[in-house]
Design a protein around this ligand. Structure first.
Ligand SMILES: [Zn+2]
Length: 202
């Protein structure tokens, strides 16, 4: 059995190490791994040792090793299987690079069976307006992320849901929009650089 948690503003600014430590202790986890996220397509397997992982996806099969992805409009996505868990930080760039799918692929290569994914609080398809050119480029390659041509808003939650379901992953979207819901940090709301987290552990 895995445990999944998505923090809100009440979790504090998780860019700060002492807040991360408070969170780890509150969950009674021996280890809670965070990532140095860079919108990459790098996924790493971790076992509770090491730190400063430069990646945007983590997986583990060690009980008690928590994995966390920070986000404030980007999608924190957790993955669970019988003996593996994973987490990914998926923004627009990571979505295009396929970081969520790569996390699933790596879990499967290591023997994970059925995988369930949960899309945490993130900016929704009504709110995520981009330039007309960017909208055009991305919606051409990822039709599931389209909304309306007049507004140029991308629905990355739906886009990644489609991609993961194509791989046979069971996807749950919490349908929480970080820009609309003041309980969450939102980069687009402005004047904020704080982050919340999606966490999972076995
Ligand atoms: Zn929204």
């Amino acid at each position: 059995m895995s445990r999944t948690l998505f923090t809100s503003r009440q979790g504090g600014d998780l860019k700060l190490s002492h807040q991360r430590e408070i969170l780890r202790a509150s969950l009674s986890l021996p280890v809670l791994h965070f990532m140095k996220q860079s919108h990459s397509d790098t996924v790493l397997v971790v076992d509770g040792t090491g730190a400063d992982f430069e990646c945007d996806g983590l997986i583990t099969n060690i009980k008690g090793v928590g994995l966390a992805a920070l986000a404030a409009d980007c999608m924190p996505i957790t993955f669970s299987a019988a003996q593996w868990v994973g987490v990914a930080h998926v923004g627009r760039v990571g979505f295009i690079k396929g970081i969520a799918q790569k996390t699933v692929e790596m879990m499967r290569e290591l023997g994970a069976g059925e995988i369930k994914a949960t899309i945490g609080p993130s900016i929704c398809g009504d709110c995520y307006e981009v330039s007309p050119q960017m909208y055009q480029e991305i919606s051409e390659h990822f039709p599931a992320a389209r909304t309306s041509n007049s507004r140029h808003a991308l629905d990355l939650q739906r886009g990644v849901t489609f991609e993961l379901e194509e791989m046979g992953v069971v996807v749950q979207n919490l349908n929480v929009c970080t820009l609309e819901d003041p309980n969450y940090f939102s980069f687009r709301r402005g004047a904020e650089t704080e982050r919340q987290a999606g966490l999972i552990s076995l």
